[in-house]
Design a protein around this ligand. Structure first.
Ligand code: SF4
Length: 268
């Protein structure tokens, strides 16, 4: 099927194999392709693919790991309890879903909410890459460990959450997954504190190179996501803070293991 976007450009929807990975002319054309995609095994158990939702001109792109039970049922991202917490967090900034675009690394629910496998992430990559090209977001907010690793393989969510990281011409802003916040009040407090920096991340993204506190690192905006090394625009933390953070990291690592168990039970 040929689609036409608001600029009059045409593109193909439907099977990505017939359309090529970068031909979609609009966010909706990508969504059409995702809904009929059979490029990886995850298509076989899905009820609905979840292409993403939100403003097609958003400056902020929020990326989770993959759809869960509720998302699979409705074909929309973050519609369960985690989604409600995400809405509450955004409202404190204040932002709503109409101000952002929300999607996932993989667009179909992994069975039992397991982690997406590398070949599934790879098969789904063209959709996310094209969404990023079309949206051209200033700030990419990753939710949880797996979404962060997608962009920053050396990253650690327990260390990097809430940091404003420069990633090419964009800002990478890692947050804990809201599901972890639902399980652990300490993580929720971190989330609530971190999200308050989102306006600062957006401001940083709008700075010209001469205005930036820290020069851009090795990032290259034309290379594939995951091949770049973000640089922090934050000051180094003190030794005392480092000790406190290490204690907290241990709690969080345990929390993530427990969280996965509950997700597999479909509780989050
Ligand atoms: S997860 Fe992505 S690549 Fe796999 S079937 Fe769904 S849309 Fe296609």
């Amino acid at each position: 099927m040929t689609t036409t976007d608001s600029t009059g450009q045409t593109g193909q929807s439907g099977s990505p194999d017939s359309a090529g990975p970068t031909n979609w002319a609009s966010i909706e054309a990508i969504a059409d392709a995702v809904r009929v995609c059979t490029k990886c095994r995850l298509h076989s158990d899905r009820i609905n693919a979840v292409p993403g939702d939100g403003s097609p001109v958003a400056s902020i792109l929020i990326i989770g790991e993959g759809p869960g039970f509720n998302e699979d049922q409705r074909g929309l991202p973050f519609v369960g309890r985690s989604g409600k917490l995400l809405d509450e967090l955004l409202a404190t900034v204040p932002l709503s879903r109409d101000d952002v675009f929300i999607t996932n690394v993989v667009k179909c629910r992994p069975p039992d909410n397991r982690d997406p496998l590398p070949d599934e992430v790879s098969a789904c990559r063209p959709y996310l890459e094209r969404q990023m090209e079309l949206l051209d977001p200033k700030v990419i907010v990753t939710l949880g460990r797996h979404s962060l690793l997608r962009f920053y393989p050396e990253g650690r969510i327990s260390k990097d959450h809430g940091k404003i990281l420069r990633w090419g011409d964009r800002i990478l802003f890692p947050l804990y997954h809201p599901a972890a916040g639902l399980r652990n009040p300490a993580v929720k407090r971190e989330l609530e504190r971190d999200v308050l920096r989102l306006p600062e991340a957006l401001r940083e993204s709008l700075m010209t190179p001469g205005q930036r506190a820290t020069p851009i690192g090795q990032a290259n905006t034309t290379s594939a996501p995951g091949s770049e090394t973000p640089t922090s625009v934050d000051a180094e933390i003190s030794g005392t803070e480092e000790v406190d953070k290490k204690r907290f990291e241990t709690v969080i690592e345990n929390e993530l293991v427990e969280e996965k168990g509950e997700r597999q039970l479909g509780l989050l």
